[in-house]
Design a binder for this molecule. Sequence first.
Ligand code: EPU
Length: 418
Amino acid sequence: MDSFLINGPTTLSGEVDISGSKNAALPIMTACLAKPAVYRLKNVPSLRDTTTMIRLLKIIGAKVSHNNSILTIDTNNCDNPNAPYELVKTMRASFYVLGPLLSRFEYAKVSLPGGCAWGPRPIDYHLKAFEQLGAKITLRSGYIVTKGQLKANVVKFPKPSVGATGNVIMACVNLVEHVTILNAAKEPEIIDLCEFLKKTGVKFKGIGTDSLTIMGSNKEISNIIDYSIIPDRIEAGTFLIACAATGGRIILNNVNPNHLGNVLENLKKTNVMINIKNNQLEIISKNPKKSVSLSTKVYPGFPTDLQAQWTTYMSIINGDCFVEDTIYIDRFTHIPELNRLGAKIIMDENKARISGVKKLFGAHVMSTDIRASASLIIASMCADGESSLSRIYHIDRGYENIELKLTKIGASIKRISS
Ligand code: EPU
């Protein structure tokens, strides 16, 4: 298993090109299954998760080729609407194939995802919605089997869910009737999915609002569908928080600053300077900083996917504050690792209560998930001395070329392969 050796403290300086969004690319890749056609997706990041998704699409029968950041997916000959446990267990987003397969084959057999390192991540909203749309659902030997032709209905989620919203949208692309989702997710990744599907003839009302109506289309697609994935707002946010924490000045290229509104507001409150120019963001970070408490919320609130990184940043600012996760109340496996580096954080239910320390000190720490790993890299870059970060396959799931990007802006980070 690979690990990172990181020497700190570092000050970051230079430019970073932000990759395409993982969480937009994954559902759009599965959406290609819903209608037989050739799709050319640009700005797809090369990650462990996108590679896993390519493997799954191939099992289902798609022909896939990846050239730089362009992914060509030919779904004309797909004939196997099954997603095996071996793949779904390694990446929960595999569950996204259920909607498009049900839409195309009126049948799908998809493994239940199983547990997650940071607590329960249920799929009850997905299944209840499919039932409300007329699908028959059974659970057999760890697999969800869905059958049936869907029909129009109004689906109301108890609270917004990115995955359930995306799955229901994709289940409806061949249904020439109106389906309305109430309490729909409004994340930029859901908007990107809708924009992609518009190119295949699907119509929408209320994109980016919590009442989203889908009107599918049964027309065949004869042309190649070209689409470019949005920039990764979480990767961009991670680099911004990294620079805020280490100090320095960096410029991010290929970002959509509109997707980062709340993050930029909170960063400014800590005393860093942010300059926005079209699809570029500059951050200048000098001392002294102010600590800022926050709670994660659904978009446009502060994203749960930046909670761990923000917690690291707050751990080295003088003063007391809290960071609360209201989306995933158990997503705090990074806290004991941050404390190993010298942070002073105690958990109070779903709130990390942080007393800022002057310094962190290098230590051995362990990755537990994608974003926890990012937070530990930031902490190690701030810490005095050498840190080693093990189990970095987690970071490879969600950050393209992270050590190359960080080295280019002045970090001392080396991959040790074993
Ligand atoms: N929920 C349910 N039942 C469901 C679905 C969701 O109770 O059937 C609850 C969840 O437990 C959670 C809330 O609803 O409390 C929101 O979960 P959501 O469904 O929105 O999350 P997701 O679709 O499973 C995606 C991202 C996550 C990101 C969340 C929240 C992808 C592939 N994953 O997950 O990204 O944290 O939305 O924004 O898009 C990551 O990239 O590191 C990551 C975990």
